[in-house]
Design a protein around this ligand. Sequence first.
Ligand code: IMP
Length: 191
Amino acid sequence: MQLIFATNNQHKVQEVRSLLNNSFTLITLAEAGIDRDIPEPHATLEENAREKSMTIYQLTGSDCFSEDTGLEVAALGGAPGVHSARYAGAQATADQNIYKLLQTLTSQQSRAAQFRTVISLIEQGTEITFEGICKGHIAETPSGKKGFGYDPVFIPEGATRCFAEMDLEEKNQYSHRRKAFDQLKNYLLSK
Ligand code: IMP
Protein backbone atom coordinates (compact mmCIF):
# COMPACT_ATOMS: atom_id res chain seq x y z
CA MET A 1 0.00 0.00 0.00
CA GLN A 2 1.32 3.46 -0.94
CA LEU A 3 0.30 6.82 0.47
CA ILE A 4 1.53 10.32 -0.29
CA PHE A 5 2.20 12.45 2.79
CA ALA A 6 1.16 15.97 1.75
CA THR A 7 3.74 18.04 3.60
CA ASN A 8 6.96 19.90 2.88
CA ASN A 9 8.01 19.75 6.54
CA GLN A 10 10.96 17.33 6.75
CA HIS A 11 10.66 17.10 10.56
CA LYS A 12 7.13 15.75 10.20
CA VAL A 13 8.27 13.28 7.50
CA GLN A 14 11.07 12.05 9.76
CA GLU A 15 8.73 11.62 12.75
CA VAL A 16 6.07 9.77 10.76
CA ARG A 17 8.61 7.57 8.93
CA SER A 18 10.00 6.46 12.31
CA LEU A 19 6.52 5.07 13.10
CA LEU A 20 5.89 3.12 9.92
CA ASN A 21 7.42 -0.32 10.67
CA ASN A 22 6.65 -1.50 7.12
CA SER A 23 2.88 -1.04 7.50
CA PHE A 24 2.82 0.87 4.19
CA THR A 25 5.05 2.90 1.92
CA LEU A 26 5.06 6.61 2.50
CA ILE A 27 5.89 8.89 -0.43
CA THR A 28 6.88 12.49 0.19
CA LEU A 29 5.79 15.35 -2.07
CA ALA A 30 9.36 15.65 -3.37
CA GLU A 31 9.42 11.92 -4.19
CA ALA A 32 6.08 12.32 -5.99
CA GLY A 33 7.66 15.13 -8.04
CA ILE A 34 5.43 17.81 -6.52
CA ASP A 35 7.07 21.13 -5.75
CA ARG A 36 4.50 23.50 -4.35
CA ASP A 37 3.56 25.23 -1.15
CA ILE A 38 0.07 24.27 -0.05
CA PRO A 39 -1.86 27.13 1.54
CA GLU A 40 -3.26 26.95 5.07
CA PRO A 41 -5.87 29.72 4.84
CA HIS A 42 -8.56 28.42 7.18
CA ALA A 43 -9.65 29.05 10.78
CA THR A 44 -9.44 25.42 11.93
CA LEU A 45 -6.86 22.62 11.85
CA GLU A 46 -9.50 20.36 10.30
CA GLU A 47 -10.11 22.68 7.32
CA ASN A 48 -6.39 23.28 6.74
CA ALA A 49 -5.64 19.56 6.85
CA ARG A 50 -8.43 18.91 4.31
CA GLU A 51 -7.18 21.73 2.05
CA LYS A 52 -3.72 20.13 1.93
CA SER A 53 -4.86 16.54 1.38
CA MET A 54 -7.54 17.48 -1.19
CA THR A 55 -5.08 19.69 -3.09
CA ILE A 56 -2.67 16.78 -3.46
CA TYR A 57 -5.42 14.25 -4.22
CA GLN A 58 -6.78 16.46 -7.01
CA LEU A 59 -3.28 16.92 -8.39
CA THR A 60 -2.28 13.25 -8.34
CA GLY A 61 -5.44 11.12 -8.11
CA SER A 62 -3.54 9.07 -5.52
CA ASP A 63 -4.59 8.27 -1.96
CA CYS A 64 -2.84 10.65 0.40
CA PHE A 65 -2.93 12.24 3.82
CA SER A 66 -1.91 15.50 5.41
CA GLU A 67 -1.77 16.79 8.93
CA ASP A 68 -2.16 20.16 10.59
CA THR A 69 -0.96 20.79 14.12
CA GLY A 70 -1.49 23.62 16.59
CA LEU A 71 -0.24 24.49 20.05
CA GLU A 72 -3.28 25.35 22.17
CA VAL A 73 -2.60 27.29 25.39
CA ALA A 74 -5.52 27.25 27.82
CA ALA A 75 -4.81 30.67 29.41
CA LEU A 76 -4.76 32.20 25.91
CA GLY A 77 -8.14 30.76 24.94
CA GLY A 78 -6.51 28.09 22.75
CA ALA A 79 -4.08 30.47 20.97
CA PRO A 80 -1.85 30.31 19.03
CA GLY A 81 -3.76 27.20 17.80
CA VAL A 82 -4.26 27.17 14.06
CA HIS A 83 -2.01 30.26 13.83
CA SER A 84 0.96 28.56 15.57
CA ALA A 85 3.31 28.83 12.58
CA ARG A 86 2.61 32.55 12.15
CA TYR A 87 2.12 33.55 15.81
CA ALA A 88 4.82 36.29 15.76
CA GLY A 89 4.10 37.34 12.16
CA ALA A 90 3.72 35.97 8.63
CA GLN A 91 7.42 35.12 8.21
CA ALA A 92 8.15 34.38 11.88
CA THR A 93 10.90 31.94 12.83
CA ALA A 94 10.41 29.30 15.53
CA ASP A 95 12.58 31.38 17.90
CA GLN A 96 10.42 34.46 17.34
CA ASN A 97 7.22 32.47 17.96
CA ILE A 98 8.69 31.03 21.17
CA TYR A 99 9.81 34.47 22.34
CA LYS A 100 6.34 35.93 21.81
CA LEU A 101 4.73 32.97 23.61
CA LEU A 102 7.01 33.29 26.65
CA GLN A 103 6.46 37.06 26.79
CA THR A 104 2.69 36.62 26.57
CA LEU A 105 2.68 34.03 29.34
CA THR A 106 4.65 36.08 31.88
CA SER A 107 1.41 37.60 33.20
CA GLN A 108 -0.50 34.29 33.25
CA GLN A 109 -0.95 31.94 36.22
CA SER A 110 -1.50 28.79 34.19
CA ARG A 111 0.98 27.47 31.63
CA ALA A 112 -1.16 24.47 30.67
CA ALA A 113 -1.08 23.71 26.95
CA GLN A 114 -1.63 20.95 24.46
CA PHE A 115 -0.52 20.05 20.98
CA ARG A 116 -3.35 18.88 18.73
CA THR A 117 -2.79 17.13 15.41
CA VAL A 118 -5.52 16.51 12.85
CA ILE A 119 -4.78 14.05 10.05
CA SER A 120 -6.91 14.14 6.90
CA LEU A 121 -6.77 10.93 4.86
CA ILE A 122 -8.22 10.94 1.34
CA GLU A 123 -9.05 7.48 0.04
CA GLN A 124 -10.51 7.39 -3.46
CA GLY A 125 -11.83 10.91 -2.98
CA THR A 126 -13.40 10.34 0.44
CA GLU A 127 -12.03 11.96 3.60
CA ILE A 128 -11.49 10.35 7.00
CA THR A 129 -9.96 12.33 9.88
CA PHE A 130 -7.94 11.30 12.94
CA GLU A 131 -6.95 13.40 15.97
CA GLY A 132 -4.07 13.17 18.43
CA ILE A 133 -3.65 15.31 21.56
CA CYS A 134 -0.62 15.67 23.83
CA LYS A 135 -1.29 17.58 27.06
CA GLY A 136 1.49 19.35 28.93
CA HIS A 137 2.73 22.80 29.85
CA ILE A 138 4.96 25.61 28.62
CA ALA A 139 8.40 25.85 30.27
CA GLU A 140 9.69 29.17 31.69
CA THR A 141 12.70 29.13 29.36
CA PRO A 142 13.68 27.18 26.22
CA SER A 143 15.90 24.09 26.50
CA GLY A 144 17.18 21.49 24.08
CA LYS A 145 18.18 21.53 20.43
CA LYS A 146 16.25 18.57 19.01
CA GLY A 147 12.91 18.58 17.19
CA PHE A 148 11.36 21.73 15.73
CA GLY A 149 8.82 24.50 16.27
CA TYR A 150 7.78 24.89 19.91
CA ASP A 151 9.62 21.73 21.06
CA PRO A 152 12.13 23.76 23.20
CA VAL A 153 9.35 25.04 25.47
CA PHE A 154 6.81 22.20 25.58
CA ILE A 155 6.98 19.69 28.46
CA PRO A 156 4.51 16.83 27.99
CA GLU A 157 2.48 15.48 30.91
CA GLY A 158 4.43 12.69 32.65
CA ALA A 159 7.82 14.11 31.63
CA THR A 160 10.20 16.59 33.25
CA ARG A 161 12.01 17.67 30.06
CA CYS A 162 11.02 19.53 26.92
CA PHE A 163 10.42 17.72 23.63
CA ALA A 164 13.59 19.39 22.29
CA GLU A 165 15.65 17.50 24.90
CA MET A 166 14.27 14.12 23.78
CA ASP A 167 15.29 11.90 20.92
CA LEU A 168 12.58 10.91 18.46
CA GLU A 169 11.76 7.64 20.19
CA GLU A 170 11.11 9.41 23.50
CA LYS A 171 9.08 12.24 21.89
CA ASN A 172 6.96 9.59 20.18
CA GLN A 173 5.99 8.09 23.55
CA TYR A 174 3.99 11.27 24.23
CA SER A 175 3.48 12.92 20.88
CA HIS A 176 0.20 14.23 19.42
CA ARG A 177 1.45 13.31 15.93
CA ARG A 178 2.24 9.71 16.99
CA LYS A 179 -1.23 9.34 18.55
CA ALA A 180 -3.01 10.61 15.43
CA PHE A 181 -0.78 8.53 13.16
CA ASP A 182 -1.39 5.36 15.23
CA GLN A 183 -5.09 5.73 14.49
CA LEU A 184 -4.43 6.17 10.78
CA LYS A 185 -2.23 3.06 10.81
CA ASN A 186 -4.81 1.00 12.74
CA TYR A 187 -7.51 2.07 10.29
CA LEU A 188 -5.44 1.11 7.24
CA LEU A 189 -4.28 -2.20 8.72
CA SER A 190 -7.79 -3.22 9.84
CA LYS A 191 -9.17 -3.14 6.29
P1 IMP B 1 1.83 23.21 10.86
O1 IMP B 1 1.07 21.98 11.20
O2 IMP B 1 2.97 22.90 9.93
O3 IMP B 1 0.95 24.31 10.36
O4 IMP B 1 2.53 23.68 12.19
C1 IMP B 1 2.06 24.75 12.97
C2 IMP B 1 3.14 25.24 13.91
O5 IMP B 1 3.24 24.37 15.01
C3 IMP B 1 4.52 25.41 13.34
O6 IMP B 1 5.08 26.57 13.90
C4 IMP B 1 5.26 24.21 13.80
O7 IMP B 1 6.61 24.48 13.96
C5 IMP B 1 4.57 23.93 15.12
N1 IMP B 1 4.55 22.50 15.37
C6 IMP B 1 3.86 21.54 14.70
N2 IMP B 1 4.13 20.34 15.21
C7 IMP B 1 5.01 20.53 16.22
C8 IMP B 1 5.67 19.64 17.11
O8 IMP B 1 5.53 18.41 17.09
N3 IMP B 1 6.50 20.22 18.01
C9 IMP B 1 6.70 21.57 18.08
N4 IMP B 1 6.11 22.44 17.27
C10 IMP B 1 5.27 21.92 16.33
